[in-house]
Write a protein that binds this ligand. Structure first.
Ligand code: GLU
Length: 326
């Protein structure tokens, strides 16, 4: 990387202090990249991968690839095949988890293959009197009125004391007792969240029998021994409830969380899988090289001052160069 900027530059505010982060982690820490195969990889995913692999390699951490296909309605095997291929093309190779190469095989790192793990976690919570059946639909909850302090609907606890027997067609919720969750985000600093006020009792299995994101991710981060969760700022509000769930599941040492900035279009709109213009496949078909795609993503995330090409192997330098001079 060219010198003349970096240390002391305003960009250094975009990255965590690696020394402080390392001090909070065990030896040989483990992090993860956890895409949902509900579409093709786009620049937003590349930004996440840059942070996950760049920080992991700078810290000597290993990277787990977890496929989060808990939402059967939206996931497609073709999307998983495509994301493995795109990650391999970009040069983001995991140390553990779903492999990039070879025919798809059942894996302890693919949520769709792990129902017994979620059943066991549910049984643990149930045995502690924390689970109840719920017949409310998403529409019922939305109709209760916009409890939108945090731009999300809070479940009011309608079924909490009804004692409904668990049955197909009913959801399952975990009680979220009032109380704050505090954590020190490795980039954003101290955070305080109150799950009972933000979301209320958390859905763990929906009325179709699907495990929810919040539940599956807390169970898996524990089962996979994840010490460091690196993901986009759009998931910041989920962290308190995941910490709570992890504790209810018996986790004693929570992971360290690091929420990275999101890439936005120039107009400020969030990137989504529908934005074809930023799909890795489209960029590749248009003739861009992997180093150019990574360079563009790093630029849009504010990690470099221009979209100069950047190889996956050089990412640790990106983070070490930007270290604040403290
Ligand atoms: N599967 C989630 C997503 O693709 C990310 C989960 C996480 O990092 O906690 O948005």
């Amino acid at each position: 990387m060219a010198s003349g900027w970096g240390e002391g530059s305003t960009l250094s505010g975009m990255v965590p202090n690696l020394k402080a982060l390392a001090a909070r982690l065990p030896a040989a820490p483990r992090t993860r990249f956890a895409p949902a195969p509900t579409g093709y990889l786009h620049l937003g995913h590349v930004v996440s991968a840059i942070h996950v692999w760049g920080i992991a390699r700078a810290l000597g951490a290993s990277v787990v690839l977890r496929v989060e296909d808990h939402d059967r309605g939206r996931c497609r095997p073709g999307y998983e095949a495509a994301l493995r291929e795109d990650l391999a093309w970009l040069g983001f190779v995991p140390d553990l988890g779903v492999p990039l190469e070879g025919p798809p095989a059942p894996s302890a790192f693919r949520q769709g293959d792990c129902s017994p793990r979620y059943e066991a976690a549910l049984a643990w919570l149930r045995a502690r009197g924390l689970v109840y059946a719920c017949r409310c639909s998403r529409r019922d909850i939305a109709r209760q009125g916009p409890d939108v302090a945090n731009e999300e609907s809070r479940y009011a606890g309608t079924c909490r004391d009804l004692g409904l027997p668990e049955a197909p067609g009913l959801g399952l919720r975990v009680r979220m007792a009032p109380g704050e969750e505090r954590f020190d985000d490795a980039r954003l600093g101290p955070q305080v969240q109150e799950p009972s006020a933000q979301c209320g009792d958390l859905l763990v299995r929906d009325r179709l029998g699907q495990w929810t994101y919040q539940f599956a991710v807390a169970v898996d981060d524990l089962a996979h021994g994840i010490d460091l969760v690196i993901r986009g700022e759009d998931l910041l509000a989920s962290t308190g409830r995941q910490l709570r769930l992890a504790r209810l599941l018996g986790r004693t040492v929570p992971p360290v969380f690091l929420h990275h900035p999101l890439v936005r279009h120039p107009g400020g709109a969030k990137l989504s899988k529908a934005n074809r213009d930023t799909g890795v496949r489209e960029l590749r078909a248009a003739g861009m090289l992997a180093v150019e795609v990574i360079g563009e993503a790093a630029y849009r995330a504010g990690l470099q001052p221009d979209p100069r090409p950047l190889a996956a192997d050089d990412l640790p330098d990106l983070f070490t160069t930007l270290q604040p001079a403290r």
